[in-house]
Design a protein around this ligand. Structure first.
Ligand code: BEZ
Ligand code: FE
Length: 296
């Protein structure tokens, strides 16, 4: 659709308003806050003018944000979901975790981390009874020069095979999550679940928006990690099974090529690395984690 160009008088009115709002921050004593507000106003007005926003559309946007506010509480954060599906979370992560040498790449945190996940020993099982195919996960934690990082804290969490996190059943439930520490040679190993795809919470305004634009709420299958060690930048990331068709259209744009790993399917009866008896099929994956130095 071609829009008729605004008349010079109309242009002057619109541009004048932008400058008046920008000037309203002149006395702001916090330079960063001023920079953020001035840039926000310039981009917001550019958007409104670019699409020639109607008053009905403005009203619909206000109503959408109001519904997002009403559904948000201590455990449901609709504004973060909105940021996620617009790629704003992932872009913020990209900016703040710039690629550094061979360090493992970061991706979205998501809303399902909890602080008090149980500790497991090396080789322990973080499933804690959650349904799903067992998966043996192993690797090393090193710095970017290949030096082993002993005692790195490794937090892991994931959805069960029904696509739900423990806290979605009951805020107090703890399963399919845990933490462990890397060994003296930097190695780690644990049993988890083979990841499966699941939808982000889509029963609110963000789900309705996805539906209206013909997008799926599904996240690519993944296993979350948060790895920390003194002197290193804390890494928040996931690994994604190779061959997952959802990988191409992850609803929150979290997939990075370097984080796609081969989860090798094992037939029932295949001996396990630690001699554990597993009924049925299982899988195994290797994920070598490289941490960037603090401040990188
Ligand atoms: C998750 O990975 O758990 C997640 C990430 C972003 C939005 C919703 C869920
Ligand atoms: Fe997740």
């Amino acid at each position: 659709m071609t829009r008729s160009a605004a008349s010079p008088d109309q242009e002057a009115v619109e541009a004048g308003l932008v400058e008046a709002v920008v000037a309203s921050f002149d006395a702001c004593s916090d330079p960063r806050l001023k920079e953020l507000m001035v840039s926000l106003v310039r981009h917001l007005h550019a958007f409104i003018r670019d699409v020639r926003l109607s008053e009905e559309e403005w009203g619909a946007a206000i109503e959408f944000l109001t519904r997002a506010g009403h559904i948000t509480d201590d455990v449901r954060q609709e504004f973060i979901l909105l940021s996620d599906i617009l790629g704003a979370s992932m872009q913020t992560i990209n900016i703040n975790n710039a690629a550094y040498e061979n360090a493992t790449e970061a991706t979205v945190f998501g809303p399902f981390f909890v602080e008090d996940a149980p500790r497991v020993a090396l080789g322990g099982d973080v499933a804690f009874g959650a349904p799903g195919e067992p998966c043996w996960v192993e690797g090393t934690v090193t710095d970017t020069h290949g030096n082993a990082l002993a005692g790195a804290r490794i937090e892991v969490w994931e959805a069960d095979e029904d696509g739900l996190y423990d806290v979605q059943y009951d805020a107090a439930k703890r399963s399919a999550r845990g933490h462990l520490f890397s060994d003296t040679d930097g190695s780690y190993r644990f049993w988890g679940l083979t990841p499966t795809p699941y939808p982000i919470p889509d029963d609110g305004p963000v789900g309705q928006l996805l539906d209206a634009v013909g997008r799926s709420p599904l996240r690519a299958s993944h296993l979350h990690f948060m790895v920390s060690h003194p002197g290193c930048r804390t890494l928040v990331t996931h690994i994604f099974p190779e061959g997952d068709p959802i990988g191409e259209r992850d609803s929150v744009f979290g997939v990075k090529q370097s984080l796609i790993k081969r989860f090798e399917q094992q037939a029932a009866g295949t001996p396990t690395p630690d001699g554990r008896a597993v009924e049925g099929t299982w899988s195994r994956v290797r994920f070598d984690i490289v941490l960037a130095p603090t401040g990188a």
